[in-house]
Design a protein around this ligand. Sequence first.
Ligand code: TGC
Ligand code: FAD
Length: 423
Amino acid sequence: MIRNALRRSFANVAKLPIISKRHAHAPVAFNWEDPLDSASLFTEEELAIQETAKSYCQERMLPRVLDAYRDEHYERKILEEMGELGLLGATIKGYDCAGVSSVASGLITREVERVDSGYRSGMSVQSSLVMGGIDEFGTQEQKDKYLPSLAKGKMLGCFGLTEPNHGSDPGSMETIAKPHPNKEGYLSISGAKTWITNSPIAELMLVWAKLQTTGKIRGFLIERNQCPPGTLETPPLKNKNGLRASVTGMIQLDECPVPEANMFPNIEGLRGPFSCLNSARYGIAWGVMGALEDCIARARTYALERRQFKHNPIAKYQLVQKKLSDATTDAAYGILAATQVGRLKDEGKMAPEMVSMIKRQNCDRALVNARILQEVFGGNAVSDEYHIGRHVANLFVTQTYEGQSDIHALILGRAITGIQAFV
Ligand code: TGC
Ligand code: FAD
């Protein structure tokens, strides 16, 4: 049977017109900025969205990033500007959101992180973790109340899962929601969250806590201006050596009264926060490729301009070329993988482990390559004006948050073997 099928297909091939090999295609030039022509996989609309994001990021964000990083200052206005352009919660349909494809949102993320991972972080938390969570699990009232102002960047959100004693293992969290002793229809939440992006300046906090009555993890929307004095503190965590252009802090809750209506109604357990994380981790897989591409472009320019030994550009030397080749290959592969997962996501065919694979691989490769490309700049790498050191420091953080790379290896290992390695 197989032989017959082969015979039939050979017969069909024989009928095809003969095309001279030499003239079949015009020669194709290699484009180091998009080596595998990923752009050919994007729609016209996706390319236009990328262009809008790129113009904004290069013209408006890039000129601010050095001061922001030096001063460890996050300019809140940036989120409003992103909101005006429709970059926040971009995949959400309705509520003043753009409703674009997952690939388009990935392209936005790539452009933002080409400038700085901290700017992307602020955006990811707002878009994927807070708006995504409300869109997926919120009541209609919660969506109507919060999503439009979050989409415009008028309201800033944060996502509190990690605790001082529970990072990789959030299932053991201690933050607890008890029935309020003297406020009907309210819960009383106590506990501490740490390393929370946006927390010191956020108006809305999506906090994950265990409901005392069931012992199950639930999501709570806590509005800063509804918390009585002394029940909520959000101290910043200063003197970071990465992600300095974003703001990070704690969420400290001390018998904070929260209306029962602010709890997500139909989701309990870790599936709630992890579902939000699927989208955010997907975004990181795109974003870090933008950061790596910026490192490649800057290292290439530097290597072509910097001359050593008989006035040769250092780009002439094989060891330098190998660094650029390795990084460019990893960036091209990473973009293709993220594109494929984005398409599957929109078709409802994405397994969470696919996200673990691209989050881990792209973060690891971005960090390793950025660190090696740093060497191309010699002593100048130490000056922040060359930007490479900032990317390297940021990329360490991206490899750590939203599931450290080894944790994603264990998620994949569990899916491959069927054996749980965490416990
Ligand atoms: P496990 O038994 O694996 O799962 C518990 C429940 O959760 C469900 N689940 C998922 N659901 C949807 N999507 C996923 N990716 C899911 N993964 C798990 C699972 O089906 C189960 O549901 P149910 O209904 O049966 O209860 O839970 P575990 O405790 O064994 O988990 C282990 C592990 C390592 C997978 C997990 O704890 C983990 O991923 N740890 C990493 C922690 C993490 O990613 N933290 C992120 C904090 S947020 C953050 O970092 C934001 S930074 C943002 C920025 O600034 O950009
Ligand atoms: P730990 O869990 O203590 O892990 C330390 C090391 O041990 C890691 O290398 C880890 O891989 C390894 N390890 C742990 N368990 C195992 C195991 N079973 N097997 C093998 N190795 C293991 N969290 C939020 O909730 N919201 C935010 O907005 C947020 N923003 C952040 C912003 C920044 C700048 C940073 C640095 C972190 C942020 N985080 C946020 C927290 C982040 O998600 C955690 O740092 C991360 O999940 C790791 O937790 P941990 O730091 O407690 O490390």
